[in-house]
Ligand binder design. Structure first.
Ligand SMILES: [Zn+2]
Ligand SMILES: [Zn+2]
Length: 267
């Protein structure tokens, strides 16, 4: 088994199809022996019909109230933002905010993504709805992922192996290395037998060969999943993936990774 002290892709009740509170996730993280938990709920139009209203994002805007260390576990605030177009833009980039949460007018208007991202320790970017990728070439998909990864707030792409969007592995993995950003290996992708498991394995093999770091996360949607990455680790063991390329092997290595990438130099 690998040493993995951090789970940096987890969800709470806020995500609507997840079932635990932040406190339950923190408690589970402590019980699983983790030293760092990042809570990364969906930042996406899938959550609310009224997805342009700032009222629906108070959860993110107030994460500054969270304790930095809770129950002995360092807690980071993040979000999993949808990649919404082929330019790699993330949800909220084109949403103007004209009213505060209590209904006061913003003049000039503000930008939803800027308001939320400014409160996040880091962001992950994922393809959820795939409509914008339909009929697109592998080369275009590859550029979409690279542009999303180049976003200064984004540390990694979420579940790139199971999104079902074909891309050139080496191009994305090499660009990630240049940016000092990891590729996520996501435990949820191993819940179902199938093609995406092969993709995840291929991604890990090429990361090891190229020397790109990976981040092994649960994508927990319930507290009982937090910190449990046995399926992903079994695959990594099978290919003898080097421990030193796992960015979240320790709390310090993950925070160092955020610093070196420039995503967050304040932690
Ligand atoms: Zn989800
Ligand atoms: Zn997720």
């Amino acid at each position: 088994m690998y040493q993995i002290e951090c789970d940096t892709h987890t969800h709470t009740l806020y995500s609507r199809h997840a079932y635990s509170t932040i406190e339950e996730n923190i408690r589970a993280a402590g019980e699983a022996g983790l030293r760092l938990l990042a809570s990364t709920d969906h930042f996406s139009d899938m959550l609310f019909d009224d997805y342009k209203s700032l009222k629906n994002y108070q959860y993110f805007l107030c994460t500054g109230n969270w304790p930095r260390v809770w129950n002995g576990v360092t807690l980071l605030s993040g979000c999993e933002a949808d990649i919404v177009d082929m330019e790699g833009h993330l949800f909220g980039h084109d949403i103007a905010v004209t009213k505060s949460t209590i209904g006061d007018t913003y003049d000039p208007e503000r930008n939803l993504q800027e308001m939320v991202f400014s409160k996040m320790d880091f962001v992950s970017a994922s393809v959820q709805a795939k409509r914008h990728t339909e009929g697109q070439s592998v080369a275009a998909n590859t550029q979409m992922y690279i542009k999303a990864l180049e976003n200064p707030k984004v540390f990694f792409i979420g579940h790139i192996g199971r999104a079902g969007v074909p891309f050139e592995l080496d191009e994305v993995i090499k660009r990630a290395k240049e940016l000092n950003k990891p590729i996520e290996i996501n435990e949820h992708s191993f819940f179902w037998e199938g093609y995406h498991q092969t993709v995840c394995r291929d991604v890990a093999v090429r990361c090891a060969e190229i020397g790109t770091q990976i981040c092994v996360n649960t994508d927990a949607h319930m507290s009982i999943e937090v910190g449990k990455t046995s399926k992903a680790q079994a695959m990594l063991e099978e290919i003898s993936f080097p421990q030193e390329l796992i960015v979240n092997r320790t709390k310090d290595s993950f925070l160092e990774g955020l610093r070196i990438s420039g995503v967050n130099t304040k932690l």
